[in-house]
Design a protein around this ligand. Structure first.
Ligand code: SF4
Length: 180
């Protein structure tokens, strides 16, 4: 049986979607028995190989220039992209900052927070830059499948991956499709 490799990343998210991924529990082992293997994930710190990953799973919205580069890299390196969780699918909670300017947000966080004393906005070449607007993943790259929910149900993640591994088109219905 040919293995299906999976790479996962998280962008502007809380890691709750990855927790839901792990909450598949023994069904994760079932997927591994059916041919799934990992090429990379934030949990393993393995790096995404340049080619050949079958399924790329993205948690979180796109809020920084670094995240924008990362999702583009996922698209280049993975045959199928799955956006998991409301942040990746719709933008989610991180988009609450979209009604403010980036300069206002940074000033509030670093210069005018009640808990900060004599602080300043950090700036350096290697610090990611906030984008003007937080975006769902499909505003940056093409997404093949979506698993909404905050976090998505482990059963929905399982069903989606199972179908992809079996070479079928996943389609979430009924209780598997949640938005809360
Ligand atoms: S969808 Fe919910 S659980 Fe997933 S990253 Fe966003 S806030 Fe966290």
């Amino acid at each position: 049986m040919k293995k299906k490799t999976v790479a996962t990343i998280w962008c502007e998210g809380c890691s709750g979607c990855h927790m839901s991924f792990l909450d598949m529990d023994e069904k994760l082992l079932d997927l591994i028995k059916k041919g799934m293997t990992f090429s990379a994930s934030p949990l393993t710190d393995l790096k995404i190989p340049p080619h050949g990953t079958d399924i790329g799973i993205i948690e979180g919205s796109v809020a920084t220039d670094t995240q924008e580069e990362e999702v583009k890299m996922m698209r280049e390196r993975c045959k199928i992209i799955v956006a998991i969780g409301n942040c990746a699918v719709f933008g989610g909670i991180p988009t609450m900052r979209n009604k403010y300017k980036v300069s206002e947000i940074l000033s509030r966080a670093y210069e005018n927070a009640e808990t900060n004393y004599n602080s300043h906005i950090p700036s350096a070449e290697d610090i990611s830059k906030l984008l003007e607007k937080v975006k769902p993943v499909d505003k940056v790259i093409k997404v093949d499948y979506y698993i909404p929910g905050c976090p998505p149900k482990p059963e929905a993640i399982y069903e989606t991956l199972l179908k992809i591994i079996e070479g079928e088109k996943p389609e979430l219905k009924g209780k598997l499709l949640s938005y809360d």
